[in-house]
Design a protein around this ligand. Structure first.
Ligand code: GAL
Length: 372
């Protein structure tokens, strides 16, 4: 699969928000399919899904396919009825960023009865045989990159370290299968240092369910961090927070500020994140608390998922690069996984501005998408 950013950017220019009706996508293709695709995205509270909905539409409109794009507002029932609505309107493909990975079995069974091809987008849909392909990133590696940033910043290496350092751990929504991969990648990377005592976790909250943040909510993360600070940090220094997602990181930062800690000073902990959201890049750039994020180039992810649709319409098999990692409870789902990139103060400009993923104005004008 050829993933040229330049081609993608140019290909999408001027096509935003147009839903092409009655186009002849299938006429020159190797199948009788027209490419009609339903795109079910989970939420608008995180920038990435808003941007990706647009990318997916642009890329599917390019060859003339019709699309329906809907957002489930983090409400699993709403997403189910949106998907059912798309099936009723005759979509041939579904690209789904699930809200609750275990709630879609019934509606996908209806979709399969009508012959719909189902692509699980970024988040793996569980407990159903009716998922055909998975397009995502190497989710375990995301957690590894976050933990490695903490080790680097605290000066911990295989050769030794000062320490002990106090670290707290946050994980993602427990109904999102990605959470366990991020969590495991992070914990596996820190493990030898927690065993040796170089890293301590004063709360002793090290299980995924104890550290989960439902629906990836910043306000919930803020609440949990405030509780941890009151209980364990009255007379201790917190050195780092392993946070799996930028919205959670910003909730953590608010709690730290309320506790009296000042971002940009030595007393403020190292804080990781994920998604390279514009506001978090501003925090990294301007020393406002967050020190790292993980960039997942969602243009490439949208290209992979829309490329799967295009291949099938053209009568070809979609390209996959992993057949044995993502078991959804019924089968290993054929997957195409992309590589995530760690971002900090040293490389944000080159990676994000240089690749035109963000502009300086995006960063300057970024505001919090969640209510605190
Ligand atoms: C995950 C996704 C992350 C982040 C998070 C919150 O499923 O992989 O990149 O976006 O959801 O939206």
């Amino acid at each position: 699969m050829h993933l040229s950013r330049r081609r993608l950017l140019h290909g999408s220019a001027g096509m935003a928000a147009v839903t092409l009706a009655g186009c002849s996508g299938g006429e020159e293709s190797g199948s009788s399919l027209t490419g009609f695709t339903g795109i079910a995205m989970p939420t608008k509270t995180s920038d990435r899904w808003v941007i990706e909905g647009g990318f997916l539409e642009d890329q599917l409109h390019e060859p003339g396919y019709e699309t329906i794009l809907e957002y489930g507002d983090d409400d699993p029932e709403k997403q189910i009825s949106q998907i059912q609505g798309m099936v009723d309107q005759g979509v041939e493909f579904l690209i789904i960023g699930a809200i609750d990975n275990r709630s879609l079995g019934e509606v996908l069974a209806h979709a399969k009865d009508k012959g719909v091809m189902i692509i699980s987008y970024d988040r793996l849909i569980l407990d159903t045989p009716d998922v055909d392909y998975y397009a995502s990133f190497d989710n375990y590696q995301v957690g590894v990159l976050q933990a490695k940033h903490i080790l680097d910043r605290l000066g911990i290496s295989e050769d030794g370290a000062e320490g002990p350092f106090n670290v707290e751990i946050f994980s993602g929504s427990s109904d999102d299968s990605n959470s366990q991969y991020f969590f495991q990648g992070g914990l596996d990377t820190l493990e030898r240092y927690t065993y040796s005592g170089i890293i301590r976790i004063p709360s002793e909250q090290t299980e995924q369910e104890q550290t989960a943040t439902e629906r990836w909510s910043g306000p919930l993360a803020m609440e949990r961090m405030a509780g941890l600070l009151d209980e364990f940090y009255e007379d201790r220094h917190l050195d780092a927070v392993l946070s799996p997602y930028d919205g959670i990181s910003r909730g953590v930062i608010r709690a730290l500020e309320d506790f009296g800690l000042v971002p940009g000073t030595d007393e403020f902990p190292v804080i990781t994140g994920q998604d390279a959201e514009a506001l978090s890049i501003k925090f990294i750039r301007d020393d406002l608390g967050q020190t790292q994020t993980v960039f997942k180039d969602t243009r490439d992810l949208a290209a992979v998922a829309s490329g799967m649709v295009k291949s099938i319409v053209n009568g070809d098999d979609p390209e996959v690069n992993d057949l044995g990692t993502y078991n959804n409870g019924f089968k290993f789902v054929p997957s195409y996984l992309l590589e995530p990139v760690s971002i900090d103060k040293n490389n944000w400009e080159e990676e994000l501005i240089g690749s035109e993923y963000l502009t300086m104005e995006d960063i300057d004008n970024a505001v919090e998408p969640q209510d605190f």
